[in-house]
Design a protein around this ligand. Structure first.
Ligand code: NI
Length: 261
């Protein structure tokens, strides 16, 4: 069984007075203009038969408030733009893994530094660190298979096969995983991840008609599944020594496809 607790907090100059709660908007609150981050702690183990709890979340909250937030704040103040989030995750894990109950292990720590960028340390996967960044592009497509009759296309794809196509705002989440560099603590520079995805994916598909403008879909139907495969192939060998770990493509907020390594 796994349990994940999210703790939200701002890196404020001075922590305001209690109450120390894991409020919806986070604590300390972001007063004025201050970085606001999310920390997700995942624990794994057997559920206590009497309480039904894996780990009391108040234990996690208290450990984060008492031991983690002061450390994150100090690390950020010491080196605001040069902070290695990969290294920080290791330090956070070190402070939390002794706090969980007997028989329960800390299995992952994830730090979300913006709504579109997150870092995750998997303690059960050889301490690999993964970085996930979201991107978007707008494109038109028509679901249509040349080897099917118009009637078959209509029966299979319905309005999605309308002759002149239709559009989506696609969201692409790219996850790259690896061992942090011993010196810098970096798995991949965020700027390198961004520029690679921009040049190889976003610039290729943004504001295009996938069927008509993009040779990638000259022979294959631009379903969200095939778009995901095409993007995977474009990125797969781009991040060595780190590796592409996951590509997830949202066609709408209700429909997405993903490939993992
Ligand atoms: Ni569509």
């Amino acid at each position: 069984m796994q349990l994940t607790r999210e703790v939200r907090f701002a890196l404020t100059a001075e922590a305001p007075h209690p109450p120390v709660t894991n409020s919806w908007g986070g604590w300390p609150a972001s007063v004025g203009l201050a970085p606001f981050v999310l920390l997700r702690i995942t624990v794994t183990g057997e559920v206590n038969a009497r309480t039904g709890y894996l780990c009391n979340i108040t234990v996690i909250d208290r450990a984060v408030r008492d031991r983690v937030i002061p450390h994150v704040h100090a690390a950020w103040q010491a080196n605001p733009s040069g902070l290695s989030c990969s290294r920080l995750l290791g330090e956070i894990a070190g402070k939390l893994e002794t706090e969980v109950p007997p028989g329960v292990v800390l299995s992952a720590v994830e730090l979300r530094t913006t709504p579109y960028l997150s870092y995750r340390l998997d303690l059960e996967d050889a301490h690999m660190v993964s970085i996930t960044q979201s991107f978007e592009f707008a494109a038109a497509h028509r679901l249509y298979c040349r080897d099917m009759t118009d009637a078959e296309n209509q029966a299979t794809f319905g309005k999605c096969t309308n002759p002149n196509g239709h559009g989506h705002n696609y969201t692409v989440e790219v996850t790259v995983a690896g061992e942090p560099d011993a010196g810098s603590g970096v798995v991949i520079e965020v700027g390198e991840l961004e520029s690679t995805v921009k040049s190889r994916v976003i610039d290729v598909f943004d504001h295009k008609h996938l069927n008509d403008d993009c040779t990638e879909f000259a022979e294959i139907n631009p379903s969200v599944e095939n778009i995901t495969r095409v993007i995977w192939n474009k990125l797969e060998d781009q991040f060595a020594p780190a590796r592409l770990a996951r590509v997830r493509v949202y066609e709408t907020p209700k429909t997405w496809a993903e490939l993992t390594s």
